[in-house]
Design a protein around this ligand. Structure first.
Ligand code: MF3
Ligand code: CO
Length: 247
């Protein structure tokens, strides 16, 4: 069931979204060679809880951490641990926070020190895919327009779009209907309406779109081992156009 949000609810989600964005900014400052993903997770927990919010991911279906930290060929849902970041790695950090009953969810992919031009381009195009999607996030467009915008932009650069995972509605729950695919499926998809709030999250691979699920029950990696990038924001569709609540 898709729930439409009132103006007051969207303002609450903007407040949650602001904490998510600030957390990502903080983490970005700490991404450097030698830092463990567990350290980044601890910083996020501390920042979110000290701002009277709670990390949405912690204990979600048993997830053991506050953020997802996905390095290189890991697409999403990397569990933070003792792995140390190395010069040239890319790391996607995904953060959720719930404040006053409403969630915000966003992800960025960061460079660890100097990275290759190929990786830098992947990160940039993944970000652009998100903004292509935002252009069609107005009432009357369809979910399939979001999918087409992301897929077209990624594939025009020779990249592929992950299909096993999608974006999602968000609000009182972190994951609400509808699913928001980043690739075109059969059918037109639901019409977008003012009051819908969606987490739009392109996951873009250098090589194949196919992925594998790790034995830890969470991690998702590319099947060919090539790198993947992720960029996500929580976006409200309103009569004044799309509003990005986590920027
Ligand atoms: N941000 C992720 C998403 O958009 C959720 C992370 S899964 C969790 O679907 F278990 F870590 F919460
Ligand atoms: Co999400």
């Amino acid at each position: 069931m898709v729930t439409l949000k009132s103006h007051a609810e969207i303002e609450k989600m903007r407040a949650a979204g602001q904490i998510v964005r600030e957390t990502l900014d903080l983490l970005g400052e700490h991404v450097k060679p030698g830092v463990t993903t567990r350290h980044l997770d601890a910083l996020a927990y501390e920042y979110i809880t000290s701002h009277h919010a709670y990390p949405s991911f912690l204990h979600y279906e048993g997830y053991p951490a506050s953020v997802c930290a996905s390095v290189n060929e890991m697409v999403v849902h990397g569990i933070p641990g003792s792995r140390k970041l190395k010069e040239g790695d890319i790391i996607s950090l995904d953060v959720g926070a719930v404040l006053d009953g409403y969630h915000g969810d966003a992800a960025r992919t960061f460079a660890v020190g100097e990275i290759s031009p190929e990786n830098a381009r992947l990160i940039e195009v993944t970000r652009e895919c998100f903004f292509k999607a935002v252009e069609v996030m107005t009432e009357g467009h369809r979910l399939s327009d979001i999918a087409a915008a992301v897929q077209q932009h990624a594939e025009s650069h020779g990249y592929s779009v992950v299909r096993a995972l999608t974006g999602h509605g968000i609000g009182r729950e972190m994951h609400e209907d509808p699913q928001v695919p980043n690739f075109v499926t059969s059918g037109l998809g639901m019409r977008l309406k003012n009051g819908m709030v969606l987490a739009v999250e392109p996951m873009i691979n250098l090589g194949t779109w196919q992925v594998k699920f790790l034995d830890d029950g969470w991690g998702v990696v590319t099947r060919d081992g090539k790198n993947s990038a992720h960029y996500e924001n929580t976006v409200a569709i309103t009569e004044n156009g799309p509003q990005i609540l986590t920027l």
